[in-house]
Design a binder for this molecule. Structure first.
Ligand SMILES: Cc1cc2nc3c(=O)[nH]c(=O)nc-3n(C[C@H](O)[C@H](O)[C@H](O)COP(=O)(O)OP(=O)(O)OC[C@H]3O[C@@H](n4cnc5c(N)ncnc54)[C@H](O)[C@@H]3O)c2cc1C
Length: 399
């Protein structure tokens, strides 16, 4: 097995690390307490610096103005960029746009690429991905009610979605819709591109989460489709390919999520160690001399290292056997790494005491926002069940 990192990527990572420390971490305090929309001009200046430094859109193919990194090299980049809440955004590698760029590149027609992929990769527009519905369990992705019915040269869409991340301010949504209600379970749905200014598309509200409605990219919306009419040319891939496209996006996408979570764990770990090594509990007595804190540091180090090795291994398996065959490996990292991140962020916050609870460090942001990692892209329990069923199969249980 070989998880070595090429010298070119090592150099790129070092450059990104330096950029993050000099240009992105300082944004956290400069922008504290401000809404995302107000920050856009400031963030745009940093985005321009990213372009000028030749680091723009690491995951995007070179002919679309990106760095053209392969999926494991991009995974390494995700760890660096996720160390600040603004990192992925200022490098134009943020969800859900990165996933939409990927599926447009892979499945889009030339016309779709020209209209949507070009402006997305240059950072001129944003997008969202609408699959989950409030009326149905998102853990059972084949169960949905949003339909698209053919009428002349159009599709007419009716339905209700929620937790559509970044819908506020998005130019278009990639929407998962049922096109063949009587078809085979995994061939009932399709993905259709819906410009957000189409009559019949409405953003009902940004859903308040953990005390914040959020805005623009930093929000999750409820949306409705009422006789929303788009040309059939807006179909992404073929009819009935909705789930296979979603799978193509989710398998490698989960590797990138997990590497982001490792970046968040590393940043939290670093803050925890700095605090432990400098905070005095009495004159001359450092917090880091307490055994509980030492335990947290040692346990966190072991857990983060284990998590990273597991993710690299899952990525290596995807490269070798493909995303479908590696799906148990991917389920394993999805719940394991989310759990490690949750524990490390919590320990780091606790080590900072009231300062950790305040918004004077990035830890409270991580604590509130990253809890969702155990829910989206499949809750912990679903992924654990996938892993356990595969193991029990080896013991003769189930098919
Ligand atoms: C911050 C955030 C961002 C999101 N962004 C998007 C987005 O951009 N686009 C989009 O379409 N969706 C998005 N989602 C929705 C997300 O994909 C769903 O929340 C997720 O699939 C779970 O579905 P659900 O919320 O309906 O929970 P449910 O399916 O109702 O499950 C609730 C709980 O039941 C338990 N459970 C469910 N099934 C099982 C099972 N088989 N075995 C054991 N226990 C089980 C789990 O504990 C689970 O947490 C986002 C969600 C969050 C929190």
């Amino acid at each position: 097995m070989d998880f070595s990192i090429s010298p070119t990527i090592e150099t790129l990572l070092a450059k990104m690390r330096e950029f993050m420390e000099q240009e992105v971490y300082p944004l956290e305090q400069e922008t504290a307490g401000k809404g995302f929309r107000e920050l856009i001009p400031r963030l745009e200046r940093t985005r321009q610096s990213v372009r000028d430094a030749g680091l723009w859109a690491p995951q995007v193919p070179i002919d679309y103005g990106g760095l053209g990194l392969g999926f494991m090299d991009h995974a390494l980049v995700c760890e660096e960029l996720a160390k600040s809440p603004y990192g992925m955004y200022v490098f134009n590698a943020q969800a859900p746009d990165a996933g939409n760029m990927e599926i447009l590149h892979q499945f889009g027609t030339d016309a779709q690429k020209e209209r949507w992929l070009g402006p997305l990769t240059s950072g001129d527009i944003r997008s969202c991905f609408a699959m989950t519905e409030p009326e149905h369990s998102g853990s059972n992705p084949v169960w949905m009610s949003t339909t698209a019915v053919k009428d002349g040269t159009d599709y007419v869409i009716n339905g209700h979605k929620w937790f559509t991340t970044a819908a506020d301010g998005a130019a278009f949504a990639v929407v998962m819709v049922v096109t063949d209600p009587d078809g085979e379970l995994h061939e009932r749905a399709s993905q259709i591109i819906v410009p957000t200014d189409t009559p019949g598309y409405s953003r009902v509200r940004n859903i308040s989460c953990m005390g914040e409605e959020g805005e623009d990219w930093a929000s999750h919306a409820e949306i409705r489709f009422e006789d929303c009419r788009v040309p059939q040319d807006n179909l992404l891939g073929g009819e009935g390919q909705g789930f296979s496209i979603a799978q193509a996006r989710l398998g490698p996408g989960r590797i990138h999520h997990c590497m982001r979570w490792i970046g968040i764990s590393e940043r939290s770990f670093d803050l925890m160690c700095k605090r432990a090594a400098t905070r005095e509990t009495a004159p001359g007595e450092l917090l880091g001399a307490q055994q509980t804190i030492q335990n947290w540091i040692a346990e966190s180090r072991a857990e983060i290292d284990a998590a990273r090795l597991l993710v690299h291994h899952a990525g290596w398996r995807i490269d070798r056997v493909g995303a479908k065959e590696a799906r148990v490996d991917v389920s394993l990292i999805k719940f394991f790494v989310a759990g490690v991140m949750g524990r490390v962020v919590d320990r780091a916050l606790q080590t900072h005491g009231a300062l950790g609870f305040s918004d004077d460090t990035v830890l409270s942001h991580f604590y509130r926002h990253e809890r969702a990692a155990r829910i989206y892209d499949g809750p912990d329990e679903v992924h654990k069940s996938v892993v356990a069923r595969r193991i029990l199969k080896g013991y003769g249980m189930g098919k």
